[in-house]
Design a binder for this molecule. Sequence first.
Ligand SMILES: O=C[C@H](O)[C@H](O)[C@H](O)COP(=O)(O)O
Length: 222
Amino acid sequence: MIETDKRLAALAAVAEVRAGMIVGLGTGSTAAFAIDALGEQVRAGLMISAVATSLATERHARAVGIPLIDLPATIDLTIDGADEIDDACHAIKGAGGAMLREKIVAAASARMLVIADGSKRVARIGAAKIPVEVLPFAEAFVAARLADLGGAPVLRAGFVTDQGNRILDCRFPVDTDMRALAAEIAGIPGALGHGLFLSEVDAAYIASDGVVTRLERGARTR
Ligand SMILES: O=C[C@H](O)[C@H](O)[C@H](O)COP(=O)(O)O
């Protein structure tokens, strides 16, 4: 059922893709449904080009025939999954370790859509692990700073990002001010990116028991 919901959410987002667009392709099991659907449309004649947010997505996109380009200055529309999303379209991403490239692609995008099954929808983000990508040289230093912030960082064992870096998974107290936290993490030298997406997501398609709900963010803040 969850797989059906992931697919339905993905199809709803893919319906926003128009000919000629540059599309950002997310990473993960939900984004994979969007890549499959777009690949089908490309093979049927839809002209788009795409930017991949991970090496896995790059391989998948090539396999289904979607033409890929390097990151341009502007992307028209990005479709990506999330680990948690609230009704204001604040999200946590990065369970698959791709959040650094995902954040760059999101920032370059005129519009970003999150797709998810209903298990990802929460009243307030923060229960999911918040991953922080760290330069290996700076691992102990960044871990200590994250611990000072209350994040109880844990190294993701055996995992190396597409950029050759490590991930520290953090859990912060539930009442943490996420916007202040995002700024604090961004200010730690050696912390290269994190999974808090507080301003990037414009809308979300969330499917539960076969019904797709669309969440639309208010005024864009960036
Ligand atoms: O690094 C991984 C990405 O942020 C994914 O988009 C996120 O973890 C959701 O993945 P899934 O759709 O597999 O739950």
